[in-house]
Design a protein around this ligand. Sequence first.
Ligand code: ADP
Length: 439
Amino acid sequence: MNNNSLFNNSRFKLAITYAGVMGTTLLICGYIAHIVMVKAFTRTLDRELEVLGKVFEDKLKTQLKTPGILPLNIRKSFPEICFEKQSCVKIKSESAVMSLLLQSHYVRLLNSKGEAIAAINHHPNEFTDNIKLHHSYDIRNRNGELYHLHLMPLKINNNQLWGYLQVGRSIQRLNDYMNSLHLLLLLGIPTAMIIIGGGGWWLAGLAMLPIKKSYQKLEQFTADAAHELRTPITSLQTIVETNSINQETQKALERQIKRLVTLTQDLLLLSRLESGLQEVKIQRICLNDLVADVEEELLPLAMNAEVLLFSHVPDQAYFYIQGNESQIYRMLLNLVSNAIKYTPVGGEVKINLTTNDNQGTITIKDTGIGIPAADIPHIFDRFYRVNADRSRNTGGSGLGLAIALAIVQTHKGKLEVESSINHGSTFTVILPLVSKVNR
Ligand code: ADP
């Protein structure tokens, strides 16, 4: 992944997190506002229905004698009353207050079993559902209008239960308001999230600008340093090769120049890999051949170090990845040469290729000195060397693993390490496969 996409990735993550946090906050606030509004309204409504119920209760109490039975002369005090099993003719109440109340409210009488006996200016079975003996609940009438009903026990002489008085009021309008609020939240929150996400993207860009600039400067410095170093080193090399200096000094100078050349080449490669600016040739690479070639190239080094180097690749098929062959070769070369370098005489290094449906895995396992657990998180950093003393005689500069990791990442793969001190290390490279050809 090059730095531009790395920055864009972080910027995108920041914007998404920002929008997510704000969206969740809005959703929670909306939900709490909804609960509080419904609770407040239901309480006020219950209180209002209770007061209305009390008015009817007082009026009824003097006339009710036997539980569940309405006196025959009830029409005298309630001319608007409608009975069960009778058709209900709506009468305009004589009292203006009563007629106003009955327009928006519903009052009915239930016996102690909860069966409707009568209602005032409405039919007792105005609602399709069964009657519930609940303190208060919501229900739709036959026209689909939503009502809130409130239940009160009706007591007569000596505290005997006559039945119940159920008082209700249409809450259709509140319900419509609530539905509009839900719609508003449903459309408003995603819109707000999009706006916040856009704002977050812009803000994150603004905040990351100085970091991006200094990172680019650092990268530019590495690239420039490598470029600038190349010219004097080349001239130095020419001078050493063409002038007569005593043999020992010449050898020492050549060795140092060789190190400098490798170092500058490595730095240049690393900066090109990380900037993602370098155009490289992409081709199909056979992993089986790659392992064999690296093994062949490093066999003399292993023999010299008296380390047994061998490999195992599946023989039923050839496995291919897509990428830059010289980079992949270089990555493997770094890992295997490290394994040889850090394995004492008599030890062994094994390169193993395994595959599954879409991944090729190359493990480089050695029986060498291992890496202390505390150093493992840092070994892929530039110039990091575990205990400089132990690495000095290996001639390493601490760039090998940083290069290997950058190459694996450019190829959308993974590089992992497991190590145990004095027992050895295993480096695992996982790369996406593009094809498989049976032998
Ligand atoms: P160097 O050029 O010093 O080898 P690298 O970047 O290749 O630099 O490796 C970084 C450090 O990781 C090395 O200094 C070495 O101590 C440690 N290391 C790498 N590979 C191995 C290995 N197979 N066994 C033990 N230590 C290793």
